[in-house]
Design a protein around this ligand. Structure first.
Ligand SMILES: *[C@@H]1O[C@H](CO)[C@@H](O)[C@H](O)[C@H]1NC(C)=O
Ligand SMILES: *[C@@H]1O[C@H](CO)[C@@H](O)[C@H](O)[C@H]1NC(C)=O
Ligand SMILES: *[C@@H]1O[C@H](CO)[C@@H](O)[C@H](O)[C@H]1NC(C)=O
Ligand SMILES: *[C@@H]1O[C@H](CO)[C@@H](O)[C@H](O)[C@H]1NC(C)=O
Ligand SMILES: *[C@@H]1O[C@H](CO)[C@@H](O)[C@H](O)[C@H]1NC(C)=O
Length: 439
Protein backbone atom coordinates (compact mmCIF):
# COMPACT_ATOMS: atom_id res chain seq x y z
CA UNK A 1 0.00 0.00 0.00
CA UNK A 2 2.67 2.44 1.09
CA UNK A 3 4.94 1.55 -1.81
CA UNK A 4 2.29 2.47 -4.34
CA UNK A 5 1.49 5.64 -2.41
CA UNK A 6 4.94 7.05 -1.87
CA UNK A 7 7.77 7.24 -4.32
CA UNK A 8 11.26 7.97 -3.12
CA UNK A 9 13.76 9.17 -5.69
CA UNK A 10 17.34 10.23 -5.71
CA UNK A 11 17.81 13.25 -7.86
CA UNK A 12 20.27 14.77 -10.20
CA UNK A 13 21.09 18.44 -10.04
CA UNK A 14 19.77 20.90 -12.60
CA UNK A 15 20.26 24.62 -13.01
CA UNK A 16 17.09 26.20 -11.64
CA UNK A 17 15.95 28.46 -8.76
CA UNK A 18 16.84 28.07 -5.07
CA UNK A 19 18.13 24.98 -3.40
CA UNK A 20 16.08 22.73 -1.17
CA UNK A 21 17.73 19.33 -0.70
CA UNK A 22 14.48 17.44 -0.17
CA UNK A 23 11.37 17.94 -2.25
CA UNK A 24 7.88 16.65 -1.59
CA UNK A 25 5.06 16.59 -4.10
CA UNK A 26 1.53 15.89 -2.97
CA UNK A 27 -0.53 14.96 -6.01
CA UNK A 28 -4.27 15.29 -6.45
CA UNK A 29 -4.50 11.56 -5.74
CA UNK A 30 -2.91 12.16 -2.33
CA UNK A 31 -5.11 15.19 -1.65
CA UNK A 32 -8.29 13.21 -2.38
CA UNK A 33 -7.11 10.39 -0.14
CA UNK A 34 -6.45 12.92 2.65
CA UNK A 35 -9.82 14.58 2.13
CA UNK A 36 -11.64 11.26 2.30
CA UNK A 37 -9.88 10.33 5.53
CA UNK A 38 -10.52 13.83 6.94
CA UNK A 39 -14.23 13.73 6.05
CA UNK A 40 -14.59 10.37 7.80
CA UNK A 41 -12.90 11.79 10.87
CA UNK A 42 -15.19 14.85 10.90
CA UNK A 43 -18.26 12.63 10.52
CA UNK A 44 -17.15 10.55 13.53
CA UNK A 45 -16.45 13.65 15.64
CA UNK A 46 -19.78 15.30 14.85
CA UNK A 47 -21.67 12.85 17.03
CA UNK A 48 -19.95 14.14 20.14
CA UNK A 49 -19.78 17.92 19.60
CA UNK A 50 -21.84 20.41 21.52
CA UNK A 51 -22.48 23.55 19.54
CA UNK A 52 -22.21 27.04 21.03
CA UNK A 53 -25.33 28.53 22.60
CA UNK A 54 -27.57 30.78 20.54
CA UNK A 55 -29.33 33.66 22.24
CA UNK A 56 -31.13 36.84 21.26
CA UNK A 57 -34.27 38.88 21.65
CA UNK A 58 -37.52 38.67 19.79
CA UNK A 59 -39.30 41.97 19.90
CA UNK A 60 -43.03 41.83 20.26
CA UNK A 61 -45.52 44.70 20.27
CA UNK A 62 -45.61 44.58 24.05
CA UNK A 63 -41.85 44.37 24.79
CA UNK A 64 -39.21 41.79 23.98
CA UNK A 65 -38.63 38.13 24.82
CA UNK A 66 -35.05 37.09 25.54
CA UNK A 67 -34.26 33.52 24.52
CA UNK A 68 -31.32 31.18 24.85
CA UNK A 69 -30.81 27.88 23.06
CA UNK A 70 -28.22 25.83 24.91
CA UNK A 71 -26.76 22.33 25.07
CA UNK A 72 -27.19 22.02 21.34
CA UNK A 73 -26.03 18.64 20.11
CA UNK A 74 -26.19 16.89 16.77
CA UNK A 75 -28.82 14.20 16.61
CA UNK A 76 -28.27 13.23 12.99
CA UNK A 77 -26.11 14.61 10.26
CA UNK A 78 -26.30 13.98 6.58
CA UNK A 79 -22.69 14.74 5.75
CA UNK A 80 -22.04 14.85 2.01
CA UNK A 81 -18.52 14.20 0.69
CA UNK A 82 -16.84 17.61 0.52
CA UNK A 83 -14.79 18.61 -2.49
CA UNK A 84 -11.21 19.78 -2.11
CA UNK A 85 -8.92 20.97 -4.87
CA UNK A 86 -5.63 22.73 -5.36
CA UNK A 87 -6.27 26.41 -5.93
CA UNK A 88 -3.53 27.91 -8.03
CA UNK A 89 -4.87 31.49 -7.91
CA UNK A 90 -4.08 31.87 -4.23
CA UNK A 91 -1.41 29.20 -3.57
CA UNK A 92 -3.81 27.20 -1.53
CA UNK A 93 -6.72 24.86 -1.32
CA UNK A 94 -10.36 25.38 -2.11
CA UNK A 95 -12.86 23.28 -0.19
CA UNK A 96 -16.60 23.20 -0.59
CA UNK A 97 -19.45 21.37 0.96
CA UNK A 98 -22.96 21.49 -0.35
CA UNK A 99 -26.27 20.11 0.77
CA UNK A 100 -25.36 19.44 4.41
CA UNK A 101 -28.43 18.84 6.57
CA UNK A 102 -28.37 18.49 10.35
CA UNK A 103 -30.90 17.56 13.01
CA UNK A 104 -30.18 19.18 16.39
CA UNK A 105 -31.65 18.96 19.86
CA UNK A 106 -31.21 21.13 22.94
CA UNK A 107 -32.89 23.19 25.65
CA UNK A 108 -34.49 26.58 25.45
CA UNK A 109 -35.12 29.20 28.11
CA UNK A 110 -37.01 32.42 27.65
CA UNK A 111 -37.62 35.45 29.79
CA UNK A 112 -40.25 38.13 29.36
CA UNK A 113 -40.01 40.62 32.21
CA UNK A 114 -40.16 38.49 35.33
CA UNK A 115 -41.70 35.50 33.55
CA UNK A 116 -39.21 32.69 32.92
CA UNK A 117 -39.97 29.62 30.94
CA UNK A 118 -37.99 26.65 29.63
CA UNK A 119 -38.24 23.41 27.71
CA UNK A 120 -36.57 21.40 24.97
CA UNK A 121 -36.47 21.83 21.24
CA UNK A 122 -35.46 20.02 18.09
CA UNK A 123 -34.20 21.84 15.06
CA UNK A 124 -33.53 20.82 11.47
CA UNK A 125 -31.09 22.87 9.42
CA UNK A 126 -31.44 22.20 5.68
CA UNK A 127 -29.02 22.49 2.79
CA UNK A 128 -26.02 24.20 4.23
CA UNK A 129 -23.41 25.21 1.62
CA UNK A 130 -19.92 26.28 2.64
CA UNK A 131 -17.04 27.44 0.44
CA UNK A 132 -13.62 28.04 1.93
CA UNK A 133 -10.32 29.08 0.39
CA UNK A 134 -7.22 28.59 2.49
CA UNK A 135 -3.91 30.11 1.54
CA UNK A 136 -0.67 28.20 2.20
CA UNK A 137 2.54 30.01 2.96
CA UNK A 138 5.82 29.80 4.76
CA UNK A 139 6.56 31.69 7.96
CA UNK A 140 9.87 33.25 9.02
CA UNK A 141 11.03 30.00 10.67
CA UNK A 142 10.24 27.93 7.59
CA UNK A 143 7.04 26.35 8.86
CA UNK A 144 4.01 25.81 6.67
CA UNK A 145 1.39 28.46 7.46
CA UNK A 146 -2.34 28.53 6.76
CA UNK A 147 -4.72 31.43 6.54
CA UNK A 148 -8.35 31.71 5.59
CA UNK A 149 -8.68 33.79 2.47
CA UNK A 150 -12.34 33.42 1.72
CA UNK A 151 -15.35 31.86 3.39
CA UNK A 152 -18.94 31.84 2.24
CA UNK A 153 -21.80 30.06 3.93
CA UNK A 154 -25.43 29.70 3.04
CA UNK A 155 -28.25 28.03 4.96
CA UNK A 156 -31.43 27.39 3.01
CA UNK A 157 -33.90 26.81 5.82
CA UNK A 158 -34.41 25.93 9.49
CA UNK A 159 -37.33 24.36 11.25
CA UNK A 160 -37.73 24.39 14.99
CA UNK A 161 -40.06 22.33 17.16
CA UNK A 162 -40.58 23.66 20.70
CA UNK A 163 -41.62 21.42 23.62
CA UNK A 164 -42.32 22.08 27.32
CA UNK A 165 -43.25 25.31 29.09
CA UNK A 166 -45.70 27.57 27.36
CA UNK A 167 -44.65 25.93 24.11
CA UNK A 168 -47.45 27.06 21.87
CA UNK A 169 -46.70 30.71 22.44
CA UNK A 170 -42.93 30.29 22.08
CA UNK A 171 -43.51 28.18 18.96
CA UNK A 172 -45.50 31.02 17.46
CA UNK A 173 -42.75 33.51 18.22
CA UNK A 174 -40.08 31.17 16.86
CA UNK A 175 -41.98 30.45 13.65
CA UNK A 176 -42.42 34.14 13.15
CA UNK A 177 -38.66 34.68 13.55
CA UNK A 178 -37.44 31.66 11.56
CA UNK A 179 -35.68 33.82 8.97
CA UNK A 180 -33.71 35.56 11.70
CA UNK A 181 -32.64 32.30 13.31
CA UNK A 182 -31.58 30.97 9.89
CA UNK A 183 -29.53 34.13 9.30
CA UNK A 184 -28.06 33.87 12.79
CA UNK A 185 -26.89 30.30 12.18
CA UNK A 186 -25.57 31.22 8.73
CA UNK A 187 -23.55 34.14 10.09
CA UNK A 188 -21.87 31.89 12.65
CA UNK A 189 -20.50 29.29 10.22
CA UNK A 190 -17.62 31.27 8.75
CA UNK A 191 -16.31 32.66 12.06
CA UNK A 192 -16.31 29.04 13.35
CA UNK A 193 -14.43 27.86 10.25
CA UNK A 194 -11.93 30.66 10.60
CA UNK A 195 -11.41 29.85 14.26
CA UNK A 196 -10.75 26.21 13.32
CA UNK A 197 -8.16 27.33 10.73
CA UNK A 198 -6.48 29.59 13.31
CA UNK A 199 -6.40 26.62 15.69
CA UNK A 200 -4.82 24.43 13.01
CA UNK A 201 -2.31 27.17 12.29
CA UNK A 202 -1.44 27.26 16.01
CA UNK A 203 -0.70 23.53 15.83
CA UNK A 204 1.48 24.04 12.75
CA UNK A 205 3.45 26.72 14.58
CA UNK A 206 4.22 24.20 17.32
CA UNK A 207 5.67 21.66 14.88
CA UNK A 208 9.45 21.33 15.15
CA UNK A 209 11.45 21.89 12.00
CA UNK A 210 14.55 20.25 13.48
CA UNK A 211 14.68 16.68 14.77
CA UNK A 212 17.35 14.67 16.50
CA UNK A 213 18.21 11.53 14.56
CA UNK A 214 20.02 9.20 16.90
CA UNK A 215 22.58 10.60 19.33
CA UNK A 216 24.87 12.27 16.84
CA UNK A 217 22.84 14.06 14.22
CA UNK A 218 19.94 16.44 13.90
CA UNK A 219 17.98 16.93 10.71
CA UNK A 220 16.78 20.41 9.74
CA UNK A 221 13.60 20.35 7.69
CA UNK A 222 12.27 23.91 7.38
CA UNK A 223 10.75 24.95 4.08
CA UNK A 224 13.43 26.67 2.07
CA UNK A 225 10.93 27.99 -0.47
CA UNK A 226 7.29 29.02 -0.17
CA UNK A 227 4.91 26.20 -1.12
CA UNK A 228 4.01 26.01 -4.81
CA UNK A 229 0.51 25.04 -5.86
CA UNK A 230 -0.39 24.03 -9.39
CA UNK A 231 -3.70 22.77 -10.69
CA UNK A 232 -2.65 19.20 -9.93
CA UNK A 233 -0.10 19.24 -7.12
CA UNK A 234 1.38 20.90 -4.06
CA UNK A 235 5.20 21.07 -3.98
CA UNK A 236 7.28 21.71 -0.90
CA UNK A 237 11.03 22.29 -0.88
CA UNK A 238 12.71 21.44 2.41
CA UNK A 239 16.21 22.28 3.56
CA UNK A 240 17.01 18.63 4.33
CA UNK A 241 20.34 19.15 6.04
CA UNK A 242 21.91 17.00 8.75
CA UNK A 243 24.06 18.62 11.40
CA UNK A 244 26.30 17.19 14.04
CA UNK A 245 24.57 17.86 17.38
CA UNK A 246 28.02 18.37 18.92
CA UNK A 247 29.59 20.80 16.44
CA UNK A 248 26.64 22.11 14.37
CA UNK A 249 29.24 22.94 11.71
CA UNK A 250 28.20 23.88 8.17
CA UNK A 251 29.70 21.54 5.58
CA UNK A 252 32.06 23.07 2.99
CA UNK A 253 29.59 22.28 0.17
CA UNK A 254 26.12 23.51 -0.74
CA UNK A 255 22.88 21.98 -1.93
CA UNK A 256 22.59 22.07 -5.70
CA UNK A 257 19.23 22.81 -7.31
CA UNK A 258 17.23 19.95 -8.77
CA UNK A 259 13.77 19.24 -10.16
CA UNK A 260 11.53 16.45 -9.03
CA UNK A 261 9.65 15.11 -12.04
CA UNK A 262 5.87 14.87 -11.44
CA UNK A 263 4.62 11.33 -10.68
CA UNK A 264 0.83 11.62 -10.92
CA UNK A 265 0.32 7.89 -10.20
CA UNK A 266 1.65 8.34 -6.67
CA UNK A 267 0.04 10.19 -3.77
CA UNK A 268 3.31 11.57 -2.52
CA UNK A 269 6.75 11.76 -4.08
CA UNK A 270 9.86 12.48 -2.06
CA UNK A 271 13.05 13.58 -3.80
CA UNK A 272 16.35 13.45 -1.95
CA UNK A 273 19.50 15.07 -3.28
CA UNK A 274 23.02 13.90 -2.58
CA UNK A 275 23.44 16.93 -0.33
CA UNK A 276 21.26 15.37 2.40
CA UNK A 277 23.40 12.22 2.55
CA UNK A 278 26.64 14.16 2.34
CA UNK A 279 25.59 16.49 5.15
CA UNK A 280 24.99 13.39 7.31
CA UNK A 281 28.46 12.04 6.45
CA UNK A 282 29.93 15.43 7.22
CA UNK A 283 28.04 15.57 10.52
CA UNK A 284 29.49 12.19 11.57
CA UNK A 285 32.92 13.25 10.39
CA UNK A 286 32.93 16.65 12.10
CA UNK A 287 31.87 15.14 15.41
CA UNK A 288 34.76 12.66 15.20
CA UNK A 289 32.56 9.61 14.85
CA UNK A 290 34.11 8.18 11.70
CA UNK A 291 36.81 6.33 13.55
CA UNK A 292 37.15 2.89 14.94
CA UNK A 293 39.67 0.98 16.99
CA UNK A 294 39.98 -2.61 15.75
CA UNK A 295 41.56 -5.20 18.01
CA UNK A 296 42.02 -8.95 17.76
CA UNK A 297 38.83 -9.51 19.78
CA UNK A 298 36.81 -8.10 16.87
CA UNK A 299 38.15 -10.66 14.40
CA UNK A 300 35.76 -13.60 13.99
CA UNK A 301 37.05 -16.53 16.13
CA UNK A 302 37.31 -18.91 13.15
CA UNK A 303 39.51 -16.59 11.12
CA UNK A 304 42.95 -17.99 10.20
CA UNK A 305 44.32 -14.45 10.18
CA UNK A 306 44.69 -12.86 13.60
CA UNK A 307 45.55 -9.31 14.44
CA UNK A 308 49.05 -10.03 15.72
CA UNK A 309 52.58 -9.73 14.44
CA UNK A 310 52.98 -13.50 13.85
CA UNK A 311 49.92 -13.73 11.69
CA UNK A 312 50.59 -10.50 9.72
CA UNK A 313 54.24 -11.54 9.53
CA UNK A 314 53.22 -13.82 6.68
CA UNK A 315 52.63 -10.69 4.60
CA UNK A 316 55.20 -8.42 6.29
CA UNK A 317 58.13 -10.61 7.41
CA UNK A 318 60.01 -7.70 9.11
CA UNK A 319 57.05 -7.17 11.40
CA UNK A 320 57.37 -10.66 12.88
CA UNK A 321 61.15 -10.32 13.18
CA UNK A 322 61.17 -6.92 14.90
CA UNK A 323 58.14 -7.52 17.15
CA UNK A 324 57.79 -11.27 17.71
CA UNK A 325 54.35 -12.56 18.63
CA UNK A 326 52.72 -9.35 19.86
CA UNK A 327 49.04 -8.48 19.63
CA UNK A 328 48.19 -5.52 17.44
CA UNK A 329 45.42 -3.02 16.97
CA UNK A 330 44.36 -0.75 14.13
CA UNK A 331 43.13 2.81 14.38
CA UNK A 332 40.90 3.38 11.40
CA UNK A 333 39.56 6.86 10.69
CA UNK A 334 38.22 8.98 7.83
CA UNK A 335 40.59 11.62 6.50
CA UNK A 336 37.73 13.50 4.86
CA UNK A 337 33.96 13.27 5.12
CA UNK A 338 32.75 10.52 2.76
CA UNK A 339 31.11 11.93 -0.37
CA UNK A 340 28.20 10.52 -2.26
CA UNK A 341 27.69 11.74 -5.81
CA UNK A 342 25.04 11.00 -8.36
CA UNK A 343 25.49 10.24 -12.00
CA UNK A 344 22.57 9.36 -14.25
CA UNK A 345 21.12 6.10 -12.89
CA UNK A 346 24.04 5.45 -10.57
CA UNK A 347 25.68 6.67 -7.44
CA UNK A 348 29.28 6.79 -6.33
CA UNK A 349 30.46 6.80 -2.75
CA UNK A 350 34.04 7.75 -1.98
CA UNK A 351 35.65 7.25 1.38
CA UNK A 352 39.20 8.26 2.17
CA UNK A 353 40.57 6.75 5.31
CA UNK A 354 43.75 6.07 7.21
CA UNK A 355 44.70 2.89 9.04
CA UNK A 356 47.36 3.15 11.72
CA UNK A 357 48.70 -0.18 12.99
CA UNK A 358 50.20 -0.57 16.47
CA UNK A 359 52.03 -3.42 18.17
CA UNK A 360 51.07 -3.89 21.84
CA UNK A 361 53.77 -4.92 24.34
CA UNK A 362 52.78 -7.15 27.27
CA UNK A 363 53.18 -4.10 29.58
CA UNK A 364 50.52 -2.28 27.54
CA UNK A 365 52.83 0.09 25.66
CA UNK A 366 51.73 0.53 22.05
CA UNK A 367 54.13 1.51 19.34
CA UNK A 368 53.21 2.45 15.79
CA UNK A 369 54.39 0.00 13.14
CA UNK A 370 52.93 1.27 9.89
CA UNK A 371 50.31 3.63 8.44
CA UNK A 372 48.18 2.99 5.35
CA UNK A 373 45.92 5.36 3.47
CA UNK A 374 42.83 3.82 1.97
CA UNK A 375 40.60 5.08 -0.80
CA UNK A 376 37.39 3.22 -1.33
CA UNK A 377 35.01 3.90 -4.17
CA UNK A 378 31.64 2.23 -4.38
CA UNK A 379 29.28 2.32 -7.32
CA UNK A 380 25.64 1.44 -7.25
CA UNK A 381 22.36 1.90 -8.97
CA UNK A 382 20.24 4.52 -7.26
CA UNK A 383 16.80 4.33 -8.86
CA UNK A 384 15.76 2.23 -5.91
CA UNK A 385 14.50 2.77 -2.43
CA UNK A 386 16.75 4.07 0.29
CA UNK A 387 16.99 0.80 2.21
CA UNK A 388 18.22 -1.23 -0.74
CA UNK A 389 20.48 1.34 -2.33
CA UNK A 390 23.48 0.58 -0.17
CA UNK A 391 23.28 -3.16 -0.77
CA UNK A 392 23.73 -2.79 -4.47
CA UNK A 393 27.04 -1.06 -4.18
CA UNK A 394 30.14 -2.77 -5.37
CA UNK A 395 33.33 -1.55 -3.82
CA UNK A 396 36.87 -1.08 -4.84
CA UNK A 397 39.53 -0.47 -2.25
CA UNK A 398 43.06 0.80 -2.75
CA UNK A 399 45.60 0.92 0.03
CA UNK A 400 48.88 2.80 -0.01
CA UNK A 401 51.68 2.75 2.51
CA UNK A 402 52.35 6.22 3.92
CA UNK A 403 54.69 5.39 6.82
CA UNK A 404 56.41 2.29 8.12
CA UNK A 405 58.53 1.74 11.24
CA UNK A 406 59.40 -1.76 10.00
CA UNK A 407 60.77 -0.79 6.59
CA UNK A 408 59.05 -0.93 3.19
CA UNK A 409 56.68 -3.74 2.24
CA UNK A 410 54.25 -4.40 -0.56
CA UNK A 411 50.66 -3.44 0.18
CA UNK A 412 49.38 -5.03 -3.03
CA UNK A 413 50.47 -8.41 -1.64
CA UNK A 414 48.03 -8.01 1.26
CA UNK A 415 45.22 -7.11 -1.11
CA UNK A 416 45.92 -9.91 -3.60
CA UNK A 417 46.13 -12.47 -0.79
CA UNK A 418 42.81 -11.16 0.52
CA UNK A 419 41.13 -11.90 -2.79
CA UNK A 420 41.79 -15.59 -2.24
CA UNK A 421 40.66 -15.56 1.32
CA UNK A 422 37.15 -14.44 1.87
CA UNK A 423 37.50 -14.40 5.66
CA UNK A 424 40.00 -11.55 5.41
CA UNK A 425 38.10 -9.70 2.75
CA UNK A 426 35.11 -10.08 5.02
CA UNK A 427 37.19 -8.38 7.70
CA UNK A 428 38.15 -5.55 5.37
CA UNK A 429 34.57 -4.99 4.26
CA UNK A 430 33.34 -5.27 7.82
CA UNK A 431 35.78 -2.66 9.04
CA UNK A 432 34.75 -0.55 6.13
CA UNK A 433 31.07 -0.67 6.76
CA UNK A 434 31.49 -0.16 10.50
CA UNK A 435 33.56 2.82 9.60
CA UNK A 436 30.91 4.32 7.34
CA UNK A 437 27.95 3.81 9.60
CA UNK A 438 29.78 4.47 12.86
CA UNK A 439 27.73 3.06 15.70
C1 LIG B 1 -7.92 32.69 -11.30
O1 LIG B 1 -7.25 33.83 -11.78
C2 LIG B 1 -7.48 34.06 -13.16
C3 LIG B 1 -6.62 35.24 -13.61
O2 LIG B 1 -6.21 36.01 -12.52
C4 LIG B 1 -8.98 34.34 -13.39
O3 LIG B 1 -9.21 34.55 -14.75
C5 LIG B 1 -9.77 33.14 -12.91
O4 LIG B 1 -11.14 33.39 -13.01
C6 LIG B 1 -9.44 32.83 -11.47
N1 LIG B 1 -10.08 31.59 -11.11
C7 LIG B 1 -10.84 31.47 -10.04
C8 LIG B 1 -11.45 30.13 -9.84
O5 LIG B 1 -11.00 32.39 -9.25
C1 LIG C 1 10.50 20.36 19.75
O1 LIG C 1 11.77 20.84 20.10
C2 LIG C 1 11.90 21.21 21.46
C3 LIG C 1 13.29 21.78 21.69
O2 LIG C 1 14.09 21.70 20.58
C4 LIG C 1 11.65 19.99 22.34
O3 LIG C 1 11.75 20.35 23.69
C5 LIG C 1 10.27 19.44 22.04
O4 LIG C 1 10.07 18.25 22.79
C6 LIG C 1 10.12 19.14 20.57
N1 LIG C 1 8.76 18.75 20.32
C7 LIG C 1 8.44 17.69 19.58
C8 LIG C 1 6.99 17.44 19.39
O5 LIG C 1 9.29 16.97 19.08
C1 LIG D 1 48.86 -14.93 16.64
O1 LIG D 1 48.10 -15.62 15.68
C2 LIG D 1 48.49 -16.98 15.51
C3 LIG D 1 47.61 -17.55 14.39
O2 LIG D 1 47.88 -16.91 13.18
C4 LIG D 1 48.30 -17.73 16.79
O3 LIG D 1 48.74 -19.06 16.62
C5 LIG D 1 49.08 -17.03 17.90
O4 LIG D 1 48.84 -17.64 19.14
C6 LIG D 1 48.69 -15.58 17.99
N1 LIG D 1 49.51 -14.88 18.95
C7 LIG D 1 49.01 -14.06 19.91
C8 LIG D 1 50.01 -13.39 20.76
O5 LIG D 1 47.82 -13.92 20.01
C1 LIG E 1 57.21 -1.83 27.91
O1 LIG E 1 58.04 -2.83 27.33
C2 LIG E 1 58.86 -2.39 26.23
C3 LIG E 1 59.61 -3.63 25.67
O2 LIG E 1 59.89 -4.53 26.66
C4 LIG E 1 59.83 -1.31 26.70
O3 LIG E 1 60.62 -0.85 25.62
C5 LIG E 1 59.03 -0.16 27.28
O4 LIG E 1 59.88 0.83 27.81
C6 LIG E 1 58.09 -0.66 28.38
N1 LIG E 1 57.25 0.46 28.80
C7 LIG E 1 57.01 0.75 30.08
C8 LIG E 1 56.15 1.93 30.34
O5 LIG E 1 57.49 0.08 30.95
C1 LIG F 1 34.48 -17.94 -0.14
O1 LIG F 1 35.34 -18.63 -1.02
C2 LIG F 1 34.79 -19.87 -1.48
C3 LIG F 1 35.85 -20.56 -2.34
O2 LIG F 1 36.97 -19.78 -2.53
C4 LIG F 1 33.52 -19.59 -2.28
O3 LIG F 1 32.96 -20.81 -2.73
C5 LIG F 1 32.53 -18.86 -1.39
O4 LIG F 1 31.37 -18.51 -2.14
C6 LIG F 1 33.17 -17.59 -0.84
N1 LIG F 1 32.24 -16.96 0.09
C7 LIG F 1 31.91 -15.69 0.03
C8 LIG F 1 30.99 -15.19 1.08
O5 LIG F 1 32.39 -14.94 -0.82
Amino acid sequence: MLSSAILLLFLLPCACGENPAIQLILTNKGLQYGKHAGAGWVQDKLGSVTLPDLSGDFSLLIGSVHYTLSGISIEKCDFPEPSVEFFQNSTGLKASLSGLSVALTGEWTSSYGIIHDEGTFSMAVFNVDVLSVVELGRDADGRLSLSSLLCEAHVQDVQIQIRGGASWIIQLIVDHNRGRIRGDIESRICPQMEEAIVELERHLQAVNVSFDVGEALSLDLPLSLPPVVSASALSLGLKGEFYSIKTHKEPPFEAQPFTLPPQPGYMLSVGLSEFTLNSAFYGFFSSGLLQLLVDDGMIPPGSPVRLNTTSLGRYIPQLAQMFPDLLMNLQVYAREAPMFSLQPDAGKLSVEGTVKAFAIFPNGTQIPVFTLDSVSTSHGRTSLTFSTVMNLFSSSLTLSLVASEVGPFSVSKILSRNKNNNKTSFLVSRVHSRFLFAD
